[in-house]
Write a protein that binds this ligand. Structure first.
Ligand code: NAD
Ligand code: DAU
Length: 340
């Protein structure tokens, strides 16, 4: 492992039209004035070009394309100092219904990018998830660290674990200048309405009852997406090559508490929701120990007031019905067919 300092001026952001990718692109444009971003995004059901509205052409180029397209990826990489790789199929429930696109995009897509990074000597930062570590019991005092063995549960998390392994191997075998970050559950603006928090907010805004899986006691470790962005930048520019960094903001909460906080913030009764069928293989608890990132790189989360972050997120969906209304009926029909 080597000390490094990288000052990229031209970066490729894959998946930059999705939830976390678009928030990262906005963060870079606002906080890193000398950096030009090329977004590579296939605009799947989860990608939305409008997520990048307002960014000027001198700061960002948008390329509509697939990370599995080796010719396109190779061509883009000739002119880049670094790649930040967010593009993925990201939703566990979808991976249970149809795992094939998860293997293709998350594994083959990462392979395609790594091959180009190897050829061009491009710095590579891989965005991954805490789900690669499996889950913890509710009463376990432990949290995930960089040393926790991989034990993914779902087709989604196993495809992400596979992609992490490719990155590790390409670093060790070919010397690709790579880092990995595994982050906990993000929330904030522009998250697809299939996901827990925006699904419940938009259910209430649509006069549907929110839906809670299983016994509602599963715990997720929530982080505001802005804090994820600042952590990724620190790792991209100052993280040690070959290293993994866990990103988390000490935000453990169970699902029923989060749902009740949404209901209360939206003026509804705390019991105004439906219990629905549990997710098969549903991970019980995620919890991140981000001490390494804080110690080595001095990173600190800033958006740790969950009630405020939630209120702003509710406001964003309230103010932007055009962004989500068109997708709502189909998302709910899909869930209804699954008993969820
Ligand atoms: P998302 O589903 O909102 O966005 C994914 C983006 O990738 C979309 O814009 C989509 O069009 C694009 N994409 C999908 N397949 C592609 C392909 N073959 N080629 C090019 N682009 C493609 O996902 P998200 O929630 O923003 O997650 C982004 C990344 O962060 C993923 O790698 C995910 O595993 C990781 N992650 C997510 C969370 C979370 O809480 N959402 C937490 C930790 C890590
Ligand atoms: O931990 C990081 C992961 O967080 C990311 O890698 C994934 O890309 C991201 O989607 C997220 O995965 P989860 O499966 O934790 O997120 P989701 O929003 O789907 O669900 C959060 C919790 O809420 C989970 O315990 C399932 C539950 N849930 C979800 C939905 C959609 C419900 O109770 N009701 C729902 O309607």
């Amino acid at each position: 492992m080597s000390e490094r300092s990288c000052e990229p001026k031209r970066i490729i952001v894959t998946g930059g039209a999705g939830f976390i990718g678009s928030n990262f692109v906005h963060w870079v444009v606002e906080n890193q004035p000398g950096v030009h971003v090329t977004v590579l995004d296939a605009l799947t059901y989860a990608g939305n070009r409008a997520n990048l509205d307002g960014i000027s052409a001198d700061r960002m180029t948008f390329v509509h394309g697939d990370i599995c397209d080796a010719t396109l990826v190779d061509q883009l990489m000739t002119d880049a100092d670094a790649v930040v790789h967010f593009a993925a199929e990201s939703h566990n429930d979808n991976s249970i219904t149809d795992p094939a696109p998860f293997v293709r995009t998350n594994v083959e897509g990462t392979f395609t990018l790594l091959e180009a990074a190897r050829k061009h000597g491009t710095r590579f930062h891989h965005i991954s998830t805490d789900e690669v570590y499996g889950d913890l019991a509710l009463d376990d005092p432990a949290r995930f660290t960089e040393e926790t063995p991989y034990c993914p549960s779902s087709p989604y998390s196993s495809s992400k674990a596979s992609s992490d392994m490719l990155v590790r191997a390409w670093h060790r075998t070919y010397g690709v200048d790579a880092t990995i970050s595994n982050c906990s559950n993000n929330y904030g603006p522009r998250q697809h309405i299939e996901k827990f928090i925006p699904r419940q907010i938009t259910n209430i805004l649509s006069s549907n009852r929110p839906k809670l899986y299983g016994d509602g006691l599963n715990v997720r470790d929530w982080i505001h997406t802005e804090d994820h962005s600042s952590a990724v930048w620190e790792i991209l520019t100052r993280g040690r090559s070959g290293e993994t960094y866990l990103i988390g903001a000490d935000g453990e909460r169970n699902n029923i508490d989060v749902l009740r906080a949404i209901l209360e913030a939206m003026g509804k009764s705390a019991d105004d929701f439906d219990w629905v069928r549990d997710r098969p293989g549903h991970d019980r608890r995620y919890a991140i120990d981000s001490a390494k990132l804080r110690r080595e790189l001095g990173w600190q989360p800033k958006r740790t007031d969950f009630a405020q972050g939630l209120a702003e997120t509710i406001q964003w969906y309230t103010d932007n019905p055009k962004w989500w209304r068109g997708a709502k009926e189909a998302v709910e029909a899909k869930y209804a067919a699954q008993g969820q």
